[in-house]
Design a protein around this ligand. Structure first.
Ligand SMILES: C[S@@+](CC[C@H](N)C(=O)[O-])C[C@H]1O[C@@H](n2cnc3c(N)ncnc32)[C@H](O)[C@@H]1O
Length: 179
């Protein structure tokens, strides 16, 4: 059953920078292996090749670690589906490469709850990309989740983006609470 699917063991609590560094390094290396293995499934127009994408991942990890070490107060540890922030406390909520992509381990009710809560904290809108599963097909949860959110009174739209990494996947979900 979907609800019993295993959730991946990602770091979620507040980690000291020294403890996060090896975990980030490990995550980048694991991504590197997967990209080499499946490079034919991706579009390389933006990155050029696997090693350039890995370079970007490493650079992002290093920027994050440096900022996290010097400005820990900028970060709030938490995990979906509940966001530990007050209503309307951020302008924009972004979710990349988690919702819909991992629909083999995060079930439909998780997606609905997570998006409701992201819409609660975002003054302007929530943006989610990609809307495809790991096999690059549109997640089967997109339509039922959108239907549920609209029934709750949320405003939901699809927007094309000028970025394609999974082949043919260029759609972003935009959710806002207009009440
Ligand atoms: C594939 S990575 C994507 C990272 C980044 N957003 C990006 O686009 O490169 C998936 C991320 O989701 C995080 N994650 C896993 N479960 C989560 C949850 N319940 N709430 C929030 N983040 C979660 C993981 O820690 C991991 O960093």
């Amino acid at each position: 059953m979907r609800s019993r699917r295993r959730r991946q063991n990602w770091p979620r609590r507040r980690w000291p920078p020294d403890a996060l560094e090896p975990r980030l390094h490990e995550a980048v290396e694991a991504t590197r292996d997967q990209l080499h293995e499946k490079q034919g499934s991706f579009v390389w127009a933006f990155y050029g090749d696997v090693e350039t994408r890995v370079w970007h991942l490493r650079a992002a990890a290093e920027r994050f670690l440096a900022d996290y070490a010097t400005h820990p107060g900028r970060y709030v540890a938490g995990e979906l589906p509940a966001v530990p922030l007050a209503a309307n406390s951020v302008d924009l909520a972004l979710s990349a490469n988690l919702l819909f992509l991992y629909d083999d381990r995060l079930d439909r009710s998780f997606h609905v709850a997570a998006l409701r809560d992201l819409a609660r904290v975002a003054r302007e809108e929530v943006r989610v990309f990609p809307l495809a599963s790991l096999d690059a097909t549109r997640s089967e949860y997109v339509d039922p989740v959108v239907e549920r959110l609209r029934a709750d009174g949320l405003d939901v739209a699809f927007r094309e983006v000028p970025y394609e990494f999974q082949l043919g996947v260029t759609e972003m979900l935009v959710v806002s609470d207009c009440s």
